[in-house]
Design a protein. Structure first.
Ligand code: SF4
Length: 491
């Protein structure tokens, strides 16, 4: 999972891209980068938080009215500055690119691009595959003096990506002296939203981002989500063109609503906050059905993603909502910290139980999801250490028992607790008195019941194994898992 933003404006864009990255920081805390374009690319990338990478001096070099920014959260590759995005190539024209997603057939395409085109790609930077497929086609059309207009050439080049690349990808690109190119994979798995504002000279400025939280602060209005399989080209002089090249079943990631996106985001016409409230309501119903006589004294969210679901569940059950676990706001989100060791260590630094809220109470903890089980186990232990009489644990997400190959760090079955244990075994492992998981149908209903959207059924492959892109069967899953283990072993 990553955050990506692109702005094409009548004025310099660097500071607005920086602001956007601050708003997208939750989507990736490993590395960040900005590339802007005047008559050349200006680049600054680094490892760590956005606020630590950019300063007055390096920002002052990022000239130009068009630019791309990226916050990185590695699902593959390393934790080095070299793997940070955006990246760029000089042929043809000069093309810079950044993406949010994950490619299923990266390995095969990397090999093929080398064997057929003599292009060496760094195996850990998968956006290079998309960049070189796109650039290769565009160069082929350019060198043939192709007479079709530039937008047609863009469409043919994006089509090359759509035909060849399997997986999830929302891409923002810019081409020197040409403009900005934006596209989203034909299933629309990863989000990408567009905003527009009118500049002082009456022309339009455009912003594209994984989430629209920053739009209001920068004066942009949300116009639409980039459609699955759509390509948008905005030329330097502001001419806007778009086309849907290839559209398959619309399958946005359901985990964005469970965990990743900010609650203030509306993604693909569904409010993340409202969907989380509905998750809480359906959990309350499930609890009442299963344990009508067992009502806790307080309901505490494992902050902060599950706050909304916990407040709705408390309301439905008529139980007091409590912020009995205080979250230190200066510690990063544990789920996206690289490596098990730092993840385990950071939970106690991140959360502090409030003794008065917990002692001698029957406590229900609402967590957004249980992936590896370590966080839940630690939280239950902390609450017990502070004197809870009983601890019930409720997961707003169904058991996650399959890896994600579309951009979220849900790596291999061996690491997923629900892939290896029954619900009762998980309960015992995390030492809760009771444990329930959201039903998958209820989760889907929570996301899709409201909103003027056209999502029939989101991607929930990590919960039901129904992979929609990349023809993932048992054999391929095994190969992809082995390749992930190998990548991590050599880092
Ligand atoms: Fe999202 Fe899970 Fe699908 Fe990955 S597999 S895109 S995390 S719903």
């Amino acid at each position: 999972m990553c955050g990506v933003v692109g702005i094409i404006s009548q004025n310099p864009v660097a500071s607005e891209i920086y602001d956007s990255l601050i708003y997208l920081q939750h989507r990736g805390q490993d590395a960040a980068g900005i590339v802007t374009c005047s008559n050349q690319f200006h680049t600054k990338k680094g490892v760590g938080y956005v606020r630590d990478i950019f300063d007055e001096i390096n920002m002052s070099r990022l000239n130009g009215n068009i630019g791309i920014g990226h916050t990185r959260y590695p699902t593959s590759g390393s934790y080095n500055k070299e793997d940070a995005q955006p990246i760029w190539t000089g042929v043809p024209y000069g093309i810079a690119m950044a993406h949010n997603g994950n490619l299923v057939n990266k390995k095969e395409l990397t090999k093929e691009l080398y064997q057929k085109g003599g292009r060496f790609l760094n195996p850990s930077i998968e956006i290079e595959v998309i960049l070189h497929l796109f650039a290769g086609k565009l160069e082929e059309l350019r060198s043939k003096n192709n007479s079709t207009n530039f937008f047609n050439q863009i469409c043919q080049s994006v089509n090359e990506v759509f035909e060849r690349v399997e997986g999830a990808y929302s891409v923002i690109s810019m081409i020197i002296s040409k403009g900005m190119v934006v596209f989203r994979d034909p299933h629309g798995i990863r989000p990408l939203t567009k905003g527009v504002r009118t500049a002082e000279n009456g022309k339009k400025d455009y912003i594209f981002a994984s989430e629209p939280a920053v739009f209001y602060a920068l004066g942009y209005k949300i116009e639409k989500d980039v459609a699955p399989g759509e390509v948008i080209y905005i030329s330097e002089d502001g001419n806007y063109q778009s086309k849907i090249l290839k559209s398959k079943k619309f399958k946005p990631c359901i985990f964005e609503y469970v965990y990743f996106a900010r609650p203030d985001a509306t993604l693909d016409d569904v409010s993340v906050y409202r969907s989380r409230l509905r998750m809480g309501k359906s959990l309350a119903k499930l609890w009442k059905d299963r344990y009508p006589d067992l009502i806790p004294d307080i309901i505490i969210p494992a902050p902060a993603t599950s706050n909304s679901a916990a407040s709705a569940m408390a309301n439905e059950l008529g139980v007091r909502y409590s912020e009995g676990l205080y979250k230190n706001p200066f510690i990063g989100r544990t789920f996206i910290m690289p490596g098990q060791k730092s993840r385990k260590k950071s939970i106690r630094y991140k959360l502090v139980p409030i003794s008065y809220e917990i002692k001698n109470k029957i406590v229900m903890i609402i967590d957004d999801s249980i992936v590896r089980g370590n966080t839940s186990k630690e939280i239950v232990k902390m609450v017990r250490d502070f004197g809870a009489k009983k601890v019930y644990l409720v997961s707003a997400c169904p058991p996650i028992n399959h890896p994600c190959f579309y951009g979220v760090d849900i790596p291999t079955r061996s690491e997923l607790i629900a892939s290896n244990k029954t619900v009762e075994e998980i309960r015992k492992y995390i030492n809760a008195d009771l444990l329930i998981f959201q039903e998958l149908d209820d989760l889907i209903d929570s996301v899709t019941r409201r909103g003027n959207h056209n999502i029939e059924k989101p991607c929930s492959a990590c919960m039901d194994g129904n992979y929609i892109a990349g023809n993932i069967n048992q054999q391929r899953m095994l190969e992809l898992e082995q390749s992930r283990n190998h990548e991590r072993a050599i880092l």
